[in-house]
Design a protein around this ligand. Structure first.
Ligand SMILES: Nc1ncnc2c1ncn2[C@@H]1O[C@H](COP(=O)(O)OP(=O)(O)O)[C@@H](O)[C@H]1O
Ligand SMILES: [Mg+2]
Length: 245
């Protein structure tokens, strides 16, 4: 679904990506692990064309998106749903209005149909109809995350990108978010890319883990393979994390 070939990106003299190769199969969940500042967000921004590489290809659903202009890129972005660290809901809108927003913006569907779609997405995220009339300020952090994901998938994207979805959350809310990522994969059959530095969460949700260090993917494979990695950088990352947690 996403294939990245020899991707390079430098800002000034900061060589952030120095030859990334990564293939994410359709329907799978791939977690990109790496230390803070290792270039995870920069890599993700290339996947939706928010950044253009100095060199390399980004093939999404069979199409190299690197040469595309803004207008076509806008169309390609419809294939994506995005979940950022902060849920970024509109505070002045209730849950229903928040989740329905992309449908109101991009479709001419009758309100009844929109309601049906919103309800089904909230249901997948385990949210009852009673939350529809609530405002973001009235919800717990975990509920806001769920609403954020319901909105991210309301246009039925093929791919969902999550940038640090569990950062700053307590362990219980982190578990909720992991469940929600798994629910989106199982029930909506999306391909998911999750940026994280939370190993437990990565092992929970990943079909594949890609480990980013010094501008390169230094390990790629199922979680067991990462755990068994003989790469000293990966070993140190795992060891440090387990000591802290
Ligand atoms: N738009 C930008 N302009 C210049 N430097 C950037 C830009 N975006 C990110 N960087 C730099 O790229 C590096 C990787 O950043 P980022 O991808 O955000 O790391 P992380 O792995 O924590 O998500 C950092 O050194 C950051 O300062
Ligand atoms: Mg980041």
């Amino acid at each position: 679904m996403i294939q990245i070939v020899d991707l390079h990106k430098t800002f000034g003299d900061n060589k952030v990506l120095t030859g990334i190769n990564l293939t994410i199969p359709e329907g799978s969940t791939c977690v990109i692990l790496g230390g803070s500042g290792s270039g995870k967000t920069v890599l993700m921004k290339h996947m939706i064309g928010l950044l253009k590489p100095d060199q390399g290809r980004v093939i999404v659903d069979g199409q190299d998106i690197v040469p595309l202009g803004d207008a076509v890129m806008e169309q390609v972005r419809r294939k994506f749903g995005m979940v950022f660290q902060a849920a970024a809901l509109f505070d002045s809108m209730n849950v229903y209005q928040n989740v329905a927003f992309p449908l109101h913006e991009h479709t001419k569907l009758p309100e009844e149909k929109i309601h049906e779609i919103v309800r089904s997405k909230l249901d997948i995220m385990g949210l009852p109809p009673s939350v529809e009339s609530k405002f973001p300020a009235d919800l717990s952090g975990g509920m806001r995350k769920r609403v954020g994901l319901a909105r991210a998938v309301v246009m039925e994207p093929k791919i969902v990108l999550y940038d640090e979805p569990t950062t700053g959350l307590d362990p219980i809310t982190t578990d909720y978010v992991d469940e929600m990522i798994l629910a989106a994969q199982e029930k909506l059959k999306v391909t998911s890319v999750v940026i994280s530095h939370d190993i437990a969460s990565a092992f929970n949700v990943a079909d594949f883990i890609a480990f980013l260090s010094k501008g390169l993917i230094i390990e790629f494979g199922p979680p067991e393979q990462l755990r068994a990695s003989t790469n000293p950088v990966v070993q140190k990352f795992l060891q440090t994390w387990f000591e802290k947690n």
